[in-house]
Write a protein that binds this ligand. Structure first.
Ligand SMILES: Nc1ncnc2c1ncn2[C@@H]1O[C@H](COP(=O)(O)OP(=O)(O)OP(=O)(O)O)[C@@H](O)[C@H]1O
Ligand SMILES: [Mg+2]
Length: 326
């Protein structure tokens, strides 16, 4: 039995561009431009795409740090995008966010013990003894030692900081964890142990993950399903293996072709991505990928935005020329 834990419907987040002199809004950055997907309980759902495509904006909008411009976020059957701040804050315990740089999100003046205790003091009414017990459990769960409790965050390595950030989150018994580039800046061997730890903890604590990364090999290793984002929209989504073995969108093909050897898709035609994505403030008409797409045609690509449609079972793609591309 699958159960949808989190769902978005046509989620949009536009940031205003203000004129520095007149202080008026002179345009909009369309960081999220209509994103719909559903994550099942127990799943690791990946989100991949180039820098600036809106991955972190999506994570932060799900968490309620940003108010959506339009669209819905539904968590465990409850519409949370319209909740008042106080009610939203309560829900945030159940959805937690692991930041790109956990070192920066940990107060440098606090010991590990205090860092782990503080969320419990704020969000729970556990007794001191129960808190001690939970802190000890979490520190062991993430592979740190009790003697680490008296240390400060800067006294940890990058890998250990990841563990600490995770222990802090786990003390609150979340249901869903959003990881935002959780292994950036780690060397490959540490990265592998940290990823393994994430997987083990998911099983041990019955968690669900939204896993944001620009690194396709990490996504492939970790995720059951993946959504590929380009300039604020999902252009392809499906089971990870299907998307890697048979990418359908020219953008996904280009991303896969850019992975260093060994080639993931040896028999496939290579598309080389040229140039930078256009600014999310000035999107082209029609398909937003068309200016970088080798297949693009005037009609229909510049005329209409392609919708995300199911192509194979569970495998979705947003491309007018899908048959040609294959
Ligand atoms: N608070 C903000 N105010 C204005 N614009 C923003 C804000 N946050 C993000 N943006 C813009 O929204 C777009 C998406 O940014 P976002 O941080 O979501 O990208 P990303 O996919 O997480 O990139 P990266 O891989 O570099 O982390 C970018 O054009 C960015 O400049
Ligand atoms: Mg980001």
């Amino acid at each position: 039995m699958t159960e949808t834990i989190l769902e978005t419907q046509e989620l949009k987040k536009y940031f205003p561009v203000r004129s520095p002199l007149l202080k008026r809004t002179i345009g909009w950055i369309r960081a999220l431009d209509g994103v719909s997907f559903a994550i099942q309980r127990g799943e690791i759902f990946g989100l991949v795409g180039e820098s600036g495509c809106g991955k972190s904006t999506l994570g932060k909008t799900l968490l309620g740090i940003y108010q959506p411009t339009q669209g819905k976020v539904i968590f465990k059957g409850q519409l949370i995008s319209d909740l008042p701040k106080k009610a939203a804050r309560k829900l945030r315990r159940e959805i937690q966010y692991v930041y790109q740089d956990p070192g920066a999100s940990l107060d440098p003046w606090w010991t590990t013990e205090r860092l782990l205790r503080e969320p419990l003091v704020i969000h729970t009414d556990l007794s001191r003894q129960e808190m001690d017990e939970r802190i000890r459990r979490m520190i062991h769960a993430v592979g740190l030692e009790e003697e680490h409790l008296s240390r400060y965050p800067h006294e940890f390595s990058g890998g250990q900081q990841r563990r600490l950030a995770l222990a802090r989150i786990l003390t609150l018994n979340p249901d869903l964890i959003i990881f935002d580039e959780p292994t950036s800046g780690l060397d490959v061997s540490v990265q592998a142990t940290i990823l393994k730890l994430f997987k083990d903890l998911k099983e041990a604590f019955h968690l669900t993950y939204l896993f944001i990364s620009h690194d396709l090999s990490v996504i492939r290793m970790m995720c059951h399903r993946v959504a590929v984002m380009y300039l604020g929209v999902i252009v392809e989504m499906g089971p990870t293996e299907a998307v890697f073995a048979q990418p359908k969108h020219p953008y996904t093909k280009a991303l896969l072709a850019a992975i260093p050897v060994p080639r993931v898709t040896p028999e496939q035609e290579e598309i080389v991505l040229e140039g930078e994505p256009p600014s999310p403030e000035h999107l082209p008409s029609g398909c937003r990928f068309r200016l970088r797409c080798p297949y693009a045609e005037e009609d229909p690509c510049s005329l209409r935005e392609p919708p995300l449609e199911e192509s194979d079972s569970g495998h979705y793609v947003a491309c007018h020329l899908q048959e040609k591309v294959e």
